[in-house]
Design a protein around this ligand. Structure first.
Ligand code: ATP
Length: 338
């Protein structure tokens, strides 16, 4: 496969023969489907594809191996990532990034596909300030905290997992007349809380994007108690400004000591499990698009889907801007939980 680049005014023909692929940061369901798509698209184009294990950490350590089509057989339906993932402190340093580049050169890697979240693209921006290697990113994170895409690989599955769990909690909450506070993942972004809360008919949803007014939360509980509503479910994102489920629970029990209040932290079950069909399709589309983008010279961009169409956004523009939640959505939640 051939792509063109300008160098000192001359049109240079470059032939890319080796592409590296890695997964980085928190794992998300659908990463395997993305790896499969990248590997198979490379092999279809007669390009050697190398798996970089454990994200940037494996890049630094040269944990890189040649992949064959059979390496990605029977993985489209599996959660986690066959390439493993890691958070790398060493990559945050100049020396670490220097070593990562040295290892890529040692393995003759000419292009990269990076699958990860906000941190992965922050790392990419730093890396490509210093070194030149064509790269395309895929949004692989349950958090959906990236610009340039309507969905991230893993988000749909994580929300469905949370919904299934909250539905079960509602059954037991109703049987015992209990108030439940369910904490879901989302250090900086409340999308999992918001969407699972709406889908489960939560009485309150507390997210980092909106300042939590605990007095309003308490008065809604008070109102529901007087109306003898027997289930009250509050979905809290782990990064909510009030401090998470335990702090919300303390505030409720100190105001209403007679209430049977329980906390359930869903934790890592949200990351695991078979990816939903949407995450598998998204991962397959984006992996294929990423390799084609690399080969056509459209690089240092993340592939995403906006309004159903594949689009590409420079790395620097996908990393977290202060995300805001649609005000209409917040108003709707108020109305539906009345
Ligand atoms: P998730 O959103 O699912 O947690 P993520 O990609 O945001 O995924 P992080 O752990 O935040 O996960 O980032 C992945 C890795 O990217 C970090 O471990 C680190 O090696 C690298 N990284 C993050 N920020 C920077 C930065 N500012 N400079 C250099 N490297 C960075």
């Amino acid at each position: 496969m051939v792509f063109y680049n300008f160098n000192r005014g001359n049109l240079i023909e470059l032939i890319m023969k080796k592409i590296g692929v890695m997964t980085s940061g928190g794992d998300s369901p659908g990463m395997n489907a993305a790896i499969r798509s990248v590997v198979r698209t490379c092999l279809y184009n007669n390009i050697n594809v190398y798996g970089i294990k454990r994200g940037y950490q494996g890049m630094i350590e040269g944990d890189i191996y040649k992949m064959q089509t059979t390496d990605v057989s029977n993985i489209i339906q599996r959660g986690g990532t066959i390439l493993k993932t890691a958070r790398s402190k060493a990559f945050m340093t100049e020396e670490g990034r220097q070593e990562a580049y040295r290892q890529l050169m040692k393995h003759d890697i000419e292009g990269l596909v990076l699958i990860g979240g906000d941190g992965t693209f922050r790392g990419a921006v730093k890396f490509f300030e210093q070194f030149t290697i064509p790269a395309v990113g895929l949004p692989g994170t349950i958090d959906k905290d990236l610009s340039g895409t309507d969905f991230t690989i893993g988000f749909d599955t994580a929300v469905n997992t949370a919904v299934e769990a909250i539905d079960k909690i509602r059954d037991t909450a109703e049987a015992h007349d209990r108030l439940f506070i369910v904490e879901v993942m989302g250090r900086d972004a409340g999308y999992i809380a918001l969407n699972s809360g709406i889908a489960c008919g939560a009485e309150d949803i507390l997210i980092p994007e909106q300042i939590t007014n605990i007095d309003e939360v308490l008065s809604r509980i008070d109102r529901d108690e007087r109306r003898k509503k027997n289930v009250h479910i509050i979905v809290v994102a782990e990064g909510d400004d009030f401090g998470g489920s335990k702090e919300v629970s303390s505030a409720i029990t100190s105001r209403f000591p007679e209430l049977d209040v329980r906390v359930c932290i869903l934790g890592h079950i949200q990351r695991g499990g078979a990816p939903s069909f949407s995450d598998r399709v998204l991962a397959s589309r984006l992996g294929h698009a990423a390799v084609n983008a690399l080969l056509s010279g459209n690089t240092q961009v993340m592939a995403g889907v906006v309004n159903g169409k594949i689009c590409f956004t420079p790395f620097a523009n996908v990393i977290k801007q202060n995300s805001t939640i649609d005000a209409d959505m917040l108003e709707m939640i108020r109305v539906l939980s009345e």
